[in-house]
Design a protein around this ligand. Structure first.
Ligand code: PMP
Ligand code: GLN
Length: 390
């Protein structure tokens, strides 16, 4: 991770969005849905802002509105059977991003090591760098991107302060099994490290597979915090309502940092998110069904264009190997794709260590990430542009 460059440059997501707009391309780079989230949640947020319904527009409690903390606990109970005390085990954060940042700052000292799987979500590398810690990685490899737990065990030492787990995984779409997550927790326990589990894609799981929350596995209570948010589950990525859950002690340590990052944020969105978590009115199932369809549409489109896509079990991204159609790296190919084919995609190398980027043998340098959380008609157009240009 290049600390200086990471702080100064816009993220790869923003750069791809800007390049797509400049080229008039279809943006399958940054992950945000075309379709807006539930109308009734948006109406509830508007109502909370403009009427006497719900909270005032003044500072809500730093740990979050009580209604939101209770709804997060009730949602975990209803979906996973995980019991949480809303007053001590649920912390509101400004998006999962703040929960990730506050957890990394809370648990990783300068000079310590943080271990995660590679490729990763970009804020992990940036925050580990800002915390003065060092990122160590275990590569996930095609075609199924299963975590290599022997390699993880070998990398975790007494210097390890945290293991960053992300399941469902961005960008590979891998869904870690209960057995894998249990073993990761055990590895952390033995090393005296904390596990931060990023579960923002918890409701975007396909083909009747099931998400395993870290807090449902044995031993997790002592060492793990989980992070999730409204953005992916309800297609409301701009709302930035997130939450951290775990034992009172660990959550309190994250709170200690979080209070000096944002302190708090918009009560209306917390209020409306609580409503959705309490009863999603069928949104999760309908969204899952729609995404599974667009996943399959993009899988066949990418195959027809000659790329080698890998079927994701969850999330809203597909990784595809570009080496069947070009000798260029995926990063170079992405520039041509946006400018000449009119389709924006994320080179996976932007989500890896510099040493991996320099490694000509790494398959990750030949992969692009395509988002499929878009309207059918947009995806159809993008796929035929690829097919024609490649
Ligand atoms: N973690 C992962 C794996 C993500 O893909 C994202 C992007 N939504 C986030 C965290 C950030 O979530 P939020 O928008 O709630 O900050
Ligand atoms: N989570 C989204 C993605 O992975 C975008 C997040 C962002 O733009 N920071 O594409």
């Amino acid at each position: 991770y290049d600390h200086g460059a990471g702080v100064v440059l816009p993220t790869v997501y923003e750069r791809t969005t800007a390049a797509s707009i400049a080229a008039g391309a279809i943006n399958l780079g940054q992950g945000f849905p075309d379709a807006e989230g539930p109308q009734w949640m948006r109406a509830a947020a508007a109502e909370a802002i403009t009427s006497e319904a719900g909270p005032t527009n003044q500072y809500p409690p730093g740990i979050g509105l009580p209604a939101l903390r209770e709804a997060v606990a009730a949602h975990q109970q209803a979906h996973y059977g995980v019991e949480l005390d809303p007053s001590e085990q649920v912390l509101f954060t400004t998006g999962a991003t703040e929960g990730i940042a506050a957890s990394i700052l809370a648990f990783s000292e300068p000079g310590s090591e943080v271990v995660t799987f590679e490729p990763w979500y970009d804020s992990y590398g940036a925050m580990v760098g800002l915390a003065g810690a060092e990122l160590r990685t275990v590569p996930l490899t095609a075609p199924d991107f299963r975590p290599d737990l022997a390699a993880l065990r070998a990398l975790v030492t007494e210097r390890t302060s945290m293991i960053l787990l992300n399941s469902p995984h961005n960008p590979t779409g891998a869904l870690f099994t209960a057995a894998e997550i249990t073993e990761i927790v055990e590895i952390a326990r033995q090393a005296g490290a904390v596990v931060m589990s990023d579960e923002v894609y918890e409701h975007l799981v396909f083909d009747d597979a099931a998400h395993t929350p870290v807090l449902s596995v044995p031993g997790a209570e002592e060492v793990a915090v989980a992070v999730s948010s409204v953005g992916k589950s309800f297609s409301l990525t701009g709302w930035k309502v997130g939450w951290v859950t775990g034992s009172p002690d660990l959550v309190n340590r994250v709170r200690g940092v979080k209070q000096f990052l944002s302190f708090t944020s918009a009560p209306a969105y917390q209020w409306a998110t609580a409503l959705g978590l309490g009863d999603d009115r069928g949104f999760f199932a309908a969204n899952q069904e729609q995404l599974q369809r667009t996943r399959d549409l993009v899988m066949s489109g990418l195959m027809e264009a000659g790329l080698r896509p890998y079927l994701p079990a969850a999330g809203y991204f597909i990784l595809a190997d570009v080496s069947p159609v070009t000798d260029k790296t995926a990063a170079e190919f992405a520039v041509e794709l946006v400018e000449r084919a009119g389709v924006g995609a994320i080179p996976v190398s932007a989500l890896t260590l510099p040493s991996t980027q320099r490694d000509t043998g790494s398959a990750l340098n030949g992969m692009l990430r395509f988002a499929f959380c878009k309207d059918d008609e947009v995806l159809d157009r993008a796929m035929s542009r690829l097919d024609q240009w490649i």
